[in-house]
Write a protein that binds this ligand. Structure first.
Ligand SMILES: NC(=O)c1ccc[n+]([C@@H]2O[C@H](COP(=O)([O-])OP(=O)(O)OC[C@H]3O[C@@H](n4cnc5c(N)ncnc54)[C@H](OP(=O)(O)O)[C@@H]3O)[C@@H](O)[C@H]2O)c1
Length: 239
C-alpha cells in the first residue's frame, strides 16, 4: 500500500517540487495549497490529491485537519513547509497584524495539525513515522530586518525539540533549515550576488537539495530532534 505524505504550502516553489518528487518516488501525496496556482494544476494533472486551506485562523486549520482525516486513515510523514516571508513592518499596527499571521502559519498550524493527526501518523519503534519542519538558517543567526519572520520560525524550531521528546518513540520530529535555495522576485541582482559571494558553495541551491534532505530524514530511523542546514554553508559566512 502507498504511504501517505502530507505537505503544506505545495502551491509553488519548494513545496510544489517536494510534492512532485514524493509522487515520483511512489508516495501518495496529500498537498495543501492556499492559492490555486499553475502549480496546483500540475499537481491535479499528476493525480495528486490537494486540499485548499488558509492557515489564518484556528477555525480554518481545524477544517483542514478534518479534510485530512477524511482523506487519510494513515500518514507516513507530515512536512510543514507553508510559510510567510517579508521584512518586518515598521508601523506597529501593521507589525502586530504581521506577527499574528506569521504565528498562525509557522507555529499554530503545525502545532494543531501535529496534535490532531498524531494518531494517524503510523509508526512503531523500528520504523517511526516522521514530522519535518522547514525552518530557516536565520533562526540561529537572525537578521533584524526579518525579526518577526525569524522569531516565529524559531518557535517552530523549538517545537521540533519539544515534540521530538513528546512523540518518541513512534514519531521522529526533525527540521530542515534552508539557506538561499530559491531567491524571490524581491531579491535584487545586487543582493543575490552578495548572498552568493557570502555562501561557501557560491550559488542558489534549488529545491532538490531540500527534498533530498527531507527524504534522508524519512529513510533514517535513528534521527530525531535534529536540524539539517541546507544552505551551501551560508551559516558559516561572516554577515
Ligand atoms: N526559498 C528559500 O531560499 C528559503 C530560505 C530559507 C527558508 N525557506 C523555507 O523553505 C520553505 C519553502 O520556501 P519557498 O521559498 O518555497 O516558500 P514560498 O514560495 O514563500 O511558499 C510558501 C508556501 O506557503 C503557503 N502559505 C503562505 N501563507 C499561508 C497561509 N496563511 N496558509 C496556508 N498556506 C500558506 C504559500 O501559499 P500561497 O501560494 O497561497 O502564497 C506557499 O505555497 C518555507 O518554509 C521557507 O520559509 C526558504
Amino acid at each position: 500500500m502507498q504511504q501517505v505524505v502530507l505537505i503544506t504550502g505545495a502551491s509553488r516553489r519548494v513545496g510544489l517540487h517536494m510534492a512532485k518528487r514524493f509522487h515520483q518516488d511512489g508516495y501518495r501525496v496529500l498537498a495543501q495549497y492556499r492559492t490555486k496556482t499553475e502549480g496546483v494544476e500540475e499537481l491535479h494533472a499528476l493525480g495528486i490529491m490537494t486540499v485548499q486551506a488558509n492557515f489564518d485562523s484556528k477555525e480554518h486549520i481545524f477544517a483542514f485537519i478534518k479534510d485530512c482525516k477524511h482523506y487519510c486513515e494513515s500518514i507516513r510523514a507530515i512536512i510543514h513547509n507553508a510559510s510567510s516571508f517579508s521584512p518586518t513592518e515598521v508601523d506597529l499596527e501593521a507589525a502586530a497584524e504581521q506577527y499574528q499571521q506569521f504565528f498562525m502559519v509557522h507555529m499554530m498550524a503545525p502545532y494543531l495539525i501535529n496534535e490532531a493527526l498524531r494518531d494517524r501518523l503510523k509508526g512503531d519503534n523500528n520504523d517511526p513515522a516522521d514530522i519535518v519542519n522547514i525552518t530557516d538558517i536565520n533562526v540561529e543567526n537572525p537578521t533584524h530586518r526579518f525579526d518577526i519572520y525569524g522569531t516565529t520560525k524559531a518557535g517552530l524550531q523549538n517545537m521540533t525539540l519539544a515534540l521530538a521528546k513528546k512523540y518518541a518513540p513512534k514519531i521522529k520530529v526533525n527540521a530542515i533549515a534552508p539557506g538561499p535555495v530559491l531567491f524571490t522576485e524581491n531579491h535584487s541582482d545586487e543582493v543575490k550576488q552578495e548572498m552568493m559571494s557570502e555562501t561557501p558553495l557560491g550559488r542558489e541551491g534549488g529545491a532538490e537539495p531540500v527534498y533530498l534532505a527531507v527524504k534522508s530524514l524519512l529513510t533514517n530511523n535513528f534521527l530525531t530532534g535534529i536540524t539539517i542546514p541546507v544552505d551551501g554553508g551560508r551559516r558559516l559566512a561572516k554577515r
